[in-house]
Design a protein around this ligand. Structure first.
Ligand code: ADP
Length: 475
């Protein structure tokens, strides 16, 4: 059953019970009050009748100072009718032996009650006779020489009928109130449960794969807070799923590129090897073929090492040490000192940074190699080191071919090459920059690329300053 209907049903039950109990108590209270009033009246009446009887008996002249049965009957009759014929009062007068001396019309004699009448005081009971209700009172009275029993019966059917009528009216009122209350409660419940319906709709949308759907916030209460939290959770989920999808796509692209990079040299190697084993060639041709197999094999080997480097770097937990930047630049000068295809110039400011020095050198070599490859013969490459407020900035600048703007974002992806044939001819496999990015990530740094086609490129990264203790200094 829906929550809306559950709340509605419980509300209706509670309202019905409350109205029922309240109404029953009210009608009953009115009845009890009337009954109490009637009882009091009946007892008062009994006292008055007792007094009236005794007075009347005294005033009747009697020859022997004795009260005759016929006189008692006469007095009884006149008291019962009280001068009117439509009296609701009935009397029963009996003598010492409880023999009836006067019996009003319709009075039902109750022997048990008669016997319970005390010497002093009064008793009463409620009775139902032939579908009508009465207050039956009883007392003893003394007149002249006689002790008599006086019983009265007062018709109170009216208040029972009023109670019945009260219940009837109240039943109709409850029914009417319940119908109106149910309609109002239904509307309120629908309004209160609307956020739940909106949330349910959002979860269904998400189950169907629509992670961008958000539930509408329509209140500032706990439900509004829950909807906000749900939307936040959905946003995080969407972000994570997008990230996972991007990662899966990147992996697929990586595998496709890897397979492609393997296929090209392998096809050449297999082709040349087949030629060498199946035909006789002159020495020069055989050398060219064997040389091709050798260089392509070397390229594959280099690619395998680079891939291994990237994988290892991804899982590496590096131990950084303090090093003077001068040492890094000295190392680069040493490596590229004999290089004469392009002029390599170093400008740097001295500083001490905290890095994994071998990995940082590897980044610099990759960048300088790329800069040299991109430069024409006799071109210029600058390696710059600068102290900045946030850290130490390394830059490698060339004045070579440059990179088209739309390619700048992609060249750090594994196996990505702007000019494939040119890169391959220079033993490239599009893995160098991917490795640089991984190494810089371990140093909390990023690679920045600025380039213009025909004017050259500038690759730079910032190594943030870090506090170091003396024992960490690298000699
Ligand atoms: P590779 O091993 O092929 O050099 P990289 O990842 O180092 O692979 O570089 C990816 C591609 O980025 C290169 O193939 C090249 O096309 C381009 N590239 C890198 N550095 C430069 C540069 N300084 N000038 C122009 N193009 C560059």
């Amino acid at each position: 059953m829906k929550l809306l209907y559950k709340i509605l049903l419980w509300n209706i039950v509670i309202v019905a019970v409350c109205l029922g109990v309240g109404g029953y108590s009210f009608v009953n209270f009115v009845f009890e009050t009337s009954l109490e009033r009637e009882t009091k009246q009946a007892l008062d009446e009994s006292s008055i009748l007792q007094f009236a009887f005794e007075t009347a008996a005294l005033n009747i002249p009697s020859r022997y100072d004795m009260l005759q049965d016929t006189t008692i009957e006469e007095i009884g009759y006149s008291l019962e009718h009280g001068g009117q014929n439509n009296s609701t009062r009935m009397l029963h007068i009996s003598d010492e032996e409880r023999n009836t001396l006067y019996l009003g019309q319709g009075f039902g004699v109750d022997e048990g009650f008669l016997q319970q009448i005390p010497k002093d005081g009064k008793i009463y009971q409620l009775r139902e006779v032939n579908g009508r209700y009465y207050i039956h009172t009883g007392c003893k009275m003394e007149a002249l020489d006689r002790v008599l029993h006086l019983e009265t019966m007062k018709d109170i059917t009216q208040i029972y009928e009023e109670r019945k009528e009260g219940f009837e009216v109240y039943r109709k009122v409850i029914l009417f109130v319940l119908v109106i209350a149910s309609v109002i409660m239904y509307l309120i419940c629908r309004w209160l449960t609307k956020p739940i319906r909106l949330l349910t709709k959002a979860t269904h949308k998400m189950t169907e794969g629509d992670y961008s759907y958000r539930a509408k916030v329509i209140s500032n209460d706990e439900m509004g807070q829950l909807t906000d939290d749900f939307n936040m959770m959905a946003a995080n989920l969407e972000q994570n799923i997008n990230m996972l999808e991007n990662e899966i796509q990147a992996r697929e692209e990586f595998i496709a590129a890897f397979a492609h990079e393997l296929k090209t040299p392998l096809t050449a190697i297999i082709g040349y090897a087949d030629m060498l084993r199946s035909r006789k060639m002159d020495e020069e041709k055989a050398f060219v073929s064997a040389n091709y197999i050798f260089t392509e094999g070397k390229r594959l080997e280099a690619m395998a090492f680079r891939l291994l480097d990237i994988i290892v770097t991804k899982r590496l937990d590096i131990e950084k040490q303090k090093i003077d930047t001068e040492k890094i630049f000295d190392y680069l000068k040493e490596i590229y000192g004999e290089y004469d295809r392009v002029k390599i110039r170093c400008h740097y400011e001295k500083a001490t940074i905290k890095v994994e020095s071998d990995l940082l050198k590897s980044v610099m070599i990759n960048l300088v190699d790329n800069a040299c490859k991109a430069s024409d013969e006799g071109g210029k490459v600058e390696i710059i080191g600068k102290r900045l407020e946030q850290g130490y900035l390394f830059s490698v600048k060339d004045y070579g071919m440059g990179i088209p703007e739309e390619e700048c974002d992609k060249i750090t992806n594994a196996f990505y090459m702007v000019d494939k044939s040119r890169s391959r001819s220079r033993n490239g496999a599009g893995l160098g920059l991917a490795l640089c990015v991984e190494i810089l990530r371990l140093h909390n740094s990023e690679l920045h690329i600025e380039s213009k086609v025909g004017e050259g490129s500038r690759f730079s990264f910032l190594i943030p300053w870090e506090e170091v203790s003396e024992h960490e200094v690298l000699d």
